[in-house]
Design a binder for this molecule. Structure first.
Ligand SMILES: [Zn+2]
Ligand SMILES: [Zn+2]
Length: 544
């Protein structure tokens, strides 16, 4: 590879939601934008997290530098696992840096970036971060300046131009890109299916004020811990109505502590109270902000709904507000927690019944605005499932970008940009990397099938002792195969059935090495005939 070309390789986040990671490879360096994690789907057993496959980076002798757009876990969450392996320098906006440094020690101090400042990252590449509105403080897009033109990466964003007070999105900066040589625009596709414009946070002022003002008892909010602007709004409204605010849940404490101590959150002295003092206040003076908006099993809201929280029980006069959207995949869990809450408190307020949340990603008209403003030579939709990327490609062509300049890349594609054109040249064979506790390992289909088989039908362990003419069951135990009251009978039935079938079993045992699988299968069939279940069989044979 020479100076006259660069490669663009998405290692995560294209064709899926989560584990965002985009590599830009130069002659001597690889610059990576974001390094995020993904939460496993409900049916993926025994996996805590999924992180991007970075073997391509690890096998390369080039220097690696990671540039962070913002502090959401799908953008920074894999760094704590991958930074020691990648031996990389990291550049990040301040709030992301605070989150990263709070959790992990990094070899090189993280360089905090300011918007509109250009940093020389390596030979042949400098980067300018620019402010974008999103659902966590200090969200930014990045412009990479290369000898082949500029590459604009929007990060996660919505335009939020209606938010007169904050005006977070740097509109002027984006408008100025129009007259520059923009080779490639990579833009957030999460809400490419949603028409119109994502509303501003400001539209929540009225409905949230009404709820807090009129609540006859306590007001319990559940929202994303990183949604600091929402939390600030709830604090401000609470102060206006002379109410106290209490935070519950470890992640809520983590984010709000960090935000208060670094000036991202503000409250009057005495507004924030510890959960221990709630009993000394009138319920109508109390606003609680807690974790659990996605129905996470160990979150405060779920524990509250199960009456498992220390110092806090649900009251029939409480108003519970889920000030959050449902992240795809969490629908069942959120529904479950709402079902547990309704009937046990005064009211449960949630989307879409009430307007208590706005999204953090741009809808169609905003995506159109960005494409039309930046007018890139090539367009690559990022951050989305296949269907979002396809939709975003359509938006780009409708906005006048020629079809052969719109590239729907997915994870592993190797795109090459030179002074003539951009094209997809090759593809990496990526796998998922699973994290369980401290262990990191490649996704393993067989392991997953085994876990899935055990979780759906249980395990049965049978020890057989073989004499010269008998097969005796020396142990039969099962886990998750039959209900408690039938366990004893199950053992009796299995022992009897094996005794009845011992001639066939003895035949199979003539060649134990060859027939091991067939013996398990034979016993599974015996059990299936009696109980109509298909457990995983572990059969140990000893000869006496
Ligand atoms: Zn985000
Ligand atoms: Zn994201």
């Amino acid at each position: 590879m020479n100076d006259s070309q660069l490669k663009i390789i998405p290692l995560g986040g294209l064709g899926e939601i989560g584990k965002n990671m985009m590599a830009i490879e130069l002659a001597n360096d690889i610059v990576v934008i974001d390094c995020g994690l993904q939460f496993p789907s409900y049916d993926l057993k025994g996996v805590d997290l999924i992180i991007p496959d970075t073997k391509y980076l690890l096998e390369s002798s080039k220097r690696i530098t990671v540039l962070i757009t913002h502090g959401h876990e799908d953008h920074i969450g894999a760094l704590r696992y991958l930074e020691p392996l990648l031996d990389c320098k990291i550049y990040a906006p301040k709030f992301a840096e605070l989150l990263l440094s709070r959790e992990s020690k990094f070899k090189y101090p993280i360089k905090i970036v300011d918007s509109r400042v250009t940093y020389q990252i390596c030979d042949g590449l400098s980067a300018t971060w620019f402010s974008m509105s999103h659902s966590i403080p200090d969200s930014m897009g990045i412009v990479l300046h290369t000898s082949l033109g500029k590459i604009v990466h929007t990060g996660d964003f919505k335009l939020d131009f209606d938010d007169e007070k904050y005006q977070i999105t740097d509109r002027t900066f984006l408008e100025n890109l129009r007259n520059q040589d923009i080779a490639i625009l990579m833009s957030d596709s999460t809400y490419a299916e949603i028409p119109g414009v994502t509303p501003s946070e400001d539209i929540l002022e009225e409905p949230l004020s009404e709820i807090i003002e009129n609540a006859p008892g306590r007001c319990i909010f559940s929202t994303f811990s990183s949604l600091i602007r929402r939390i600030q709004r709830i604090i401000n409204i609470s102060e206006r109505y002379h109410k106290k605010v209490c935070f519950v849940g470890s992640s809520m404490h983590k984010y709000t502590d960090l935000a208060f101590s670094n000036g991202y959150l503000k409250a009057e002295y005495g507004t924030v109270v510890n959960i221990k003092y709630l009993a000394t206040l009138k319920p109508s003076e109390v606003v609680i902000i807690m974790t659990g908006s996605q129905g996470e099993p160990r979150s405060a809201l779920v524990r509250l709904s199960n009456n498992e929280l220390d110092n806090l029980t649900l009251d029939e006069n409480d108003t519970v507000v889920l000030s959050s959207g449902v992240v795809p995949g969490n629908e069942r869990k959120v529904s479950d927690v709402i079902n547990k809450l309704v009937g046990n408190c005064r009211e449960v307020v949630y989307q879409p019944l009430n307007t208590v949340h706005v999204h953090g990603h741009a809808a169609v008209e905003e995506l159109q605005w960005v494409i039309n403003t930046v007018r890139p030579k090539y367009f690559i939709p990022i951050h989305g499932e296949q269907k979002h990327l396809v939709q975003h490609c359509k938006i780009a062509t409708e906005m006048g970008i020629e079809e052969d300049r719109v590239f729907m890349m997915t994870d592993g594609d190797i795109g090459v940009l030179d002074d003539k054109r951009f094209r997809i040249e090759d593809r990496l064979n990526l796998t998922e990397i699973w994290v369980k506790g401290r262990r990191i390992y490649d996704a393993c289909e067989v392991l997953q099938q085994e876990r899935s088989a055990v979780s759906s039908a249980g395990v049965c362990v049978i020890n057989l002792t073989v004499t010269h003419r008998d097969v005796v069951v020396s142990k039969c135990s099962e886990f998750g195969v039959v209900p408690q009251e039938r366990k004893k009978q199950f053992r009796i039935d299995v022992e009897a059935a094996i005794t009845d079938n011992q001639i066939k079993l003895l035949e199979l045992m003539d060649n134990l090495v060859v027939n091991k699988g067939r013996i398990d299968e034979f016993i599974r069939n015996i059990i299936h005939k009696m109980y109509r279940v298909n457990p995983k069989i572990i059969c140990n044979v000893t000869f006496s």
